[in-house]
Design a protein around this ligand. Structure first.
Ligand code: MTE
Length: 314
């Protein structure tokens, strides 16, 4: 993400790696990738905490991006706007114990320990495409559970039309929060039907293991048909609301970052096109990929927006 006027692609973003990591995938890739055959759908590491979790529905049979690429190139403005620095600085965040406050239009508000949430919500692996608004993309084996299943347990009232998510505010450790840029804490939101959609995940791990701090530990959102900035990290609060929440990037630049933020090659960002994307880990010479509407999840989610002009509600 870019705060206002910086150019969108940094030279430091271009890497030479075109590998698939995790031990099993790496070995297979050495033989299979060169033959142009798609890798199997599991992104499991054999020894990680979540090595044995089942593969969930909607998991794409796509080659996964190398773990090293995904964990060393992170957008986490609470630590730094530099993608390499944020991966290192985020190590300082203490993620245990962790709890989530549930508030607003809901019958069962309260403060819930993450451990208890996890007892009620068994995890599964899903390989999803992920598309950043900055026009790069990756494929990640996430570990988590459907957000809707979790939300239902709190019994939203009929007034709950939106769900707002808030990241932890801890400027002592999150040094990016000491200065401006975004109005801290980071806030994101979804319409209730988007939040309840079975594709939407709460994520606690990746590559068969716990989520690294820089990727949003211990609990983050993943909404695969929307630009990555909707996928808020380190969530400490979930609030059900009647009105559309004001979200961090929208507040920062409303003409650049809409509330809906559905991936859409036909709607350019005011400062760059969204028609193509650079695949993270690919070489400088690899052609960019055509961006897919709803990031390729149109069959599942287009109906949510059938009565909306997506150029207006971008
Ligand atoms: N959540 C918080 N709290 N702070 C952030 O800076 N960046 C967002 C999103 N969630 C961000 C965040 C953006 S712009 C993107 S593209 C994704 O996280 C990046 O996720 P990744 O670093 O795991 O690739």
């Amino acid at each position: 993400m870019l705060i206002k006027t910086k150019s969108n692609i940094l030279s430091s973003e271009i890497t030479d790696r075109a590998v698939f990591e995790s031990r099993r995938e790496f070995i297979k890739a050495a033989t299979i990738f060169s033959a142009g055959i798609m890798l199997p759908s599991s992104g499991h590491a054999e020894t990680g905490k979540y090595a044995d979790v089942p593969i969930g529905p909607y998991s794409a049979k796509l080659p996964v991006t190398g773990r090293e690429d995904v964990t060393s190139y992170t957008n986490y403005y609470e630590f730094s706007s530099n993608k390499k620095d944020s991966t290192v600085l985020a190590r300082a965040l203490k993620t245990k114990p962790w709890s989530v406050e549930v508030a607003g239009e809901v019958e069962k508000p309260g403060v819930y320990n993450l451990e208890d949430i996890l007892k009620d919500n068994p995890v599964q692996e899903r390989i999803y495409r992920f598309r950043c608004v900055e026009a790069w993309s990756m494929v990640v084996p996430w570990i988590g559970f459907p957000l809707g299943e979790m939300l239902k347990r709190f019994k939203p009232t009929s007034k709950a039309k939106f769900v707002e998510f808030t990241t932890i505010y801890n400027p002592e450790v999150m040094i990016g929060q000491r200065s401006g840029g975004l109005d801290w804490p980071y806030v994101e939101g979804l319409r209730i039907d988007e939040a309840m959609h079975p594709l939407t995940m709460m994520v606690t791990g990746m590559y068969g293991d716990e989520l690294p701090n820089q990727n949003g530990a211990p609990l983050r959102l993943i909404v695969p048909w929307k630009y990555g900035f909707k996928s808020i990290k380190a969530i400490v609060k979930i609030r059900f609301t009647e009105n559309m929440p004001e979200t961090a990037w929208h507040k920062n630049a409303p003409n650049e970052y809409g509330f809906y933020a559905n991936v859409n090659p036909e709607v350019s960002h005011p400062r760059w096109s969204q028609s193509r994307e650079r695949v993270l880990g690919s070489s400088l010479f690899t052609p960019k990929r055509d961006t897919e509407k709803f990031n390729g999840y149109g069959a599942e989610v287009a109906a949510l927006y059938s009565d909306m002009d997506l150029k207006q509600y971008f």
